[in-house]
Design a binder for this molecule. Structure first.
Ligand code: PMP
Length: 396
């Protein structure tokens, strides 16, 4: 039997991902990988896991192992409502919808909102996983221009004037892949624009708590609650393997997200939700977060210091206030996929930036570097090597 004629059109859209191949090569033994986007295993609070598991079993007994509401385990939704209140976002526990990772929330939004040909506006570059979640539903992407501080409100306004979009998608804090953070003034401007155009905004905020400098900025959700779906996750501040994400959507959107989720997985793992509830309500997150920040801050600094020393003058890069990534740009005409092949030969991996653009071929001279998965000395060595590969490529 040949499978191709059996595949739905949306399945054919999924395509093979070149980045997956890079990540596979990057995980070979002996490779120093700046390619991944995952938290350091030593950031997981292993010292409290047994206690948290014990208290879940004590507190909830068999209920922690039973089917539960599609919307989510109520103690977790209560804890998340309190967590959101600390960020200036008002939420009743009933309004919080748990997802299997924030990726689950992105897929749910694609499923309920996008018909083939609908316009979806997003940053250029943007989070690759969002493209993977939305693309099967066959949207037309509208790339909104960004600068070193994220999405340009004027560019968004111009795009919305040209044609209506189903939603705007952005990552406001320490964006993946650029590390950029949207300033307060732009958040206010974007909140005003989406309300004026009566448009939905998906604000994806997995990195907001990983701040190494400066003061936290309020989510756009707090400025336009009826027009924003706020999405976040415990993947970067607890443990990604638990797949614990959530959304806070306007009521009229949440209803449909719940129905869509019923068809996907009935609900997210009850036991994992109970662990997350304990982690938040027991004060563990507040106690542990500073340790994660203290682990990553010097790693980021080591990467930035090494880039200043070893990267060719023709390169510029972001200096993020938090998160997991640095974004670099070389001179126009440079092909980072070719450079990446050379770097892989020398056992160093990164992700060419072009994969993060909705429009094929854009951003060929860019690259994303991750600093959470290696110690400072290893990062410096990898950047020195990469600096050599980049200099060689420039001189050819
Ligand atoms: N959004 C962004 C911007 C991300 O960087 C990630 C993780 N790479 C996710 C969503 C998905 O995270 P998770 O599904 O683990 O919550």
């Amino acid at each position: 039997m040949t499978i191709t004629p059996l595949l739905a059109r949306r399945t054919r859209n999924m395509g093979a991902s070149a980045i997956r191949e890079i990540l596979k090569v990057a995980s070979r033994p002996g490779m120093i990988s700046l390619a991944g986007g995952i938290p350091a295993p030593e950031s997981f609070p292993m010292h409290i896991m047994r206690d948290v598991i014990d208290s879940v079993i004590e507190k909830y007994g068999p209920n922690a192992f039973q089917y539960d509401l599609t919307e989510g385990f109520l103690p977790l939704r209560e804890a998340l409502a309190a967590y959101l209140a600390d960020k200036g976002v008002a939420a009743a526990p009933e309004q919080v919808l748990i997802a299997s990772g924030s990726q689950g929330a992105l897929d749910g939004l694609g499923k309920i909102l996008i018909s083939p040909g609908d316009h979806v506006a997003l940053e250029a570059p943007t989070y690759l996983g969002a493209l993977q979640a939305f693309t099967p539903y066959e949207p037309q992407y509208v790339q909104i221009e960004t600068d070193h501080r994220g999405m340009l409100p004027d560019a968004l306004e111009n795009a919305l004037e040209r044609h209506p979009v189903k939603f705007v998608y952005l990552v406001p804090n320490f964006q993946n892949p650029t590390g950029r953070t949207l300033p307060l003034k732009r958040r206010r401007a974007i909140a005003e624009i989406i309300q004026r155009f009566d448009t939905l905004l998906v604000e994806d905020d997995p990195y907001g708590d990983l701040r190494y400098r400066g003061t936290p900025l309020p989510p756009i959700k707090s400025m336009a609650p009826d027009h924003v779906v706020y999405i976040s996750t415990l993947s970067k501040v607890f443990a990604p393997g638990l797949r614990m994400g959530f959304s806070l959507a306007p009521d009229r959107v949440r209803r449909w997200l719940v129905l869509a989720k019923q068809g996907v997985d009935l609900h997210t793992s009850t036991f994992n939700q109970a662990l997350a509830a304990e982690y938040l309500a027991g004060g563990h997150l507040k106690r542990h977060l500073p340790h994660i920040v203290d682990l990553y801050r010097p790693r980021q600094q080591a990467m930035l210091d090494a880039m200043a020393r070893f990267f060719p003058d023709a390169f510029t890069w972001s200096v993020p206030d938090g998160g997991m990534f640095v974004w670099a740009e070389g001179p126009e005409g440079m092909d980072m996929e070719a450079v990446n092949r050379k770097a892989l030969e020398r056992n160093t991996a990164f992700v060419p930036g072009t994969f993060f653009f909705a429009r094929p071929g854009d951003g060929r001279e860019t690259l994303r570097l991750n600093y959470t998965m290696a110690d400072e000395a290893t990062l410096s060595r990898a950047i020195e090597l990469l600096g050599e590969v980049l200099s060689d490529a420039l001189s050819q």
